[in-house]
Design a protein around this ligand. Structure first.
Ligand code: BGP
Length: 465
């Protein structure tokens, strides 16, 4: 028999600052690495996006109408500290005060991502995460947020998809541009600094706000072997260590995953660890694990020659590590319009894997379907494909809950249409449509998609059918 969703389950939705706010240089905001990264040809930039900065009241009213119990958004570091550290920007502080107050007034729980890809450009110019000073800048930024908003914000997420920034920084636009001798070692030095920064954030959150809860927010997915060949199973286990557990083992247990560490040793890419770092990491503990889930990954053993990296042959980013694993297509799964494999059962697998490993409460902070939505002549948007995708994933959460997994929230991507990380704004995810094209801003008018009414009804019944 299926278990019900818990009472007070956080039926939510997600966005991130740079993808939804626009107003990229307004009211004292400083530039981030995303603002300075080259725009992918054929796609819009992040200057205006959905202009949520100027529409936030209207948007929150729509979120309330949608029935959201929680809203997961990120704070743009460069609105608070335009140069990453130093002078605080009162207008940026005021924007998030207003947004948080508006959410509270509508009984929507704010869930705040502290850092979602948009590192201050001023810090990048000084070496970004390769420079240890960025750890202190981040720690100070976090303390500032806890002091500013901690009276109203109880749920905090440290860093969005750190693992994707490390593994796919070029596609996201976060890759460091600093020239270094050993790029792989430098990459894992950046990773080490981010892990340390995260540990400091968790510690100071608990000190400053004893009743608040904080956790990491990586992108996690179950990894399948392409066949039952033992070598492929081993490749999947290696991939999981490098892509998933490296990040969560450190966040939860404060230690480097052995398999991932030996992979780094092989490549001469282990980070330098300063005295005291491991003590800080070991003494910091998350209260929950948040994770983003879109798809699973399938991998095979890689022979070890440089050309043997594998590929799914389409837009889904699956790259291998030479000699360790290579990406493979999963013939059992269908794909969305952008080539991403759709795997609801894999969602249950992933929830179970994470919970078995860490035994902490889980919240899903992203899951959704990117699609080309069509506006009908009468203005309606019949996104049945999105409803189907989300319903199937929600069914799997319920099965995982029935398995005994402790899940306390689901925040699909995205609350409202916004600009994709690297595929423009024609790739849409929202329950709320925003009237604009890739290069024509039109009137940015908001309208409700069919999925809006569906999600509203589902929330009203607490997920029961
Ligand atoms: C995640 C990011 C989000 C979001 C989402 C969808 O990796 O955290 O910021 O963009 O993916 O991806 P995309 O925009 O590439 O379709």
């Amino acid at each position: 028999k299926l278990k019900d969703f818990p009472k007070n389950f956080f039926w939510g939705a997600s966005t991130s600052a740079y993808q939804v706010e626009g107003a990229w240089d307004k009211d004292g905001k400083g530039p981030s690495v995303i603002d300075m990264a080259p725009v992918v040809p054929g796609t819009t930039d992040f200057k205006v996006t959905s202009d949520h900065y100027h529409h936030y009241k209207q948007d929150v009213a729509l979120f309330a109408e949608l029935g959201l119990k929680a809203y997961r958004f990120s704070i743009a570091w460069t609105r608070i500290f335009p140069h990453g550290t130093g002078e605080i920007n009162p207008l940026g502080v005021a924007f998030y005060n207003n947004l948080i107050n508006e959410l509270k007034a509508h009984n929507i729980e704010p869930i705040v991502t502290i850092y979602h890809f948009d590192l201050p450009y001023a810090l990048q110019q000084k070496g970004g995460w390769s420079n240890r000073d960025t750890v202190d800048a981040f720690a100070f930024y976090c303390e500032t947020l806890f002091e500013l908003y901690g009276d109203r914000v109880k749920y905090w997420l440290t860093i969005n998809e750190q693992n994707m920034m490390i593994l796919h920084g070029d596609a996201i636009g976060t890759k460091s541009t600093v020239a270094v001798e050993n790029p792989e070692k430098d990459l894992y030095q950046q990773n080490h600094h981010m892990l340390l920064a995260q540990a400091k954030a968790m510690k100071s959150c608990h000190e400053i706000l004893p009743h608040a809860k904080i956790g990491p927010a990586p992108n996690i997915s179950a990894i399948y072997p392409a066949s039952s060949k033992p070598e492929d199973v081993l490749a999947a286990s290696n991939c999981s260590a490098i892509r998933n557990w490296l990040y969560l083992d450190m966040a939860v247990y404060g230690r480097y995953n052995n398999i991932a560490w030996s992979f780094l040793e092989e490549r001469n890419a282990t980070p330098d660890i300063a005295e005291g770092d491991m003590e800080i990491m070991a003494s910091a503990k998350p209260d929950f694990i948040a994770f983003n889930y879109y798809s699973t990954m399938t991998v095979a053993a890689s022979a070890g020659d440089a050309s043997d990296r594998g590929s799914t042959g389409d837009q889904q980013i699956v790259v291998g590590e030479v000699g360790v694993f290579k990406g493979a297509s999963n013939p059992n799964l269908s794909k969305n319009a952008f080539g991403w494999e759709i795997d609801p059962v894999g969602f249950r697998n992933t929830l179970r894997d994470i919970y078995e490993r860490y035994a902490l409460p889980l919240i899903i902070t992203e899951n959704g379907l990117g699609a080309f939505d069509k506006v009908e002549e009468d203005g309606s948007i019949n996104d049945d494909y999105r409803i189907d995708f989300l319903q199937k994933h929600i069914d799997q959460i319920q099965l995982a809950i029935t398995d005994g997994v402790d899940v306390f929230g689901f925040c699909p991507w995205s609350a409202i249409d916004l600009v994709s990380t690297h595929q423009g704004c024609s790739k849409r995810y929202g329950f709320i449509h925003v009237n604009r094209d890739e290069f024509d801003l039109k009137d940015l008018k908001r309208s409700k998609k069919k999925s809006f009414f569906w999600y509203n009804a589902l929330i009203a019944k607490n997920g029961a059918k």
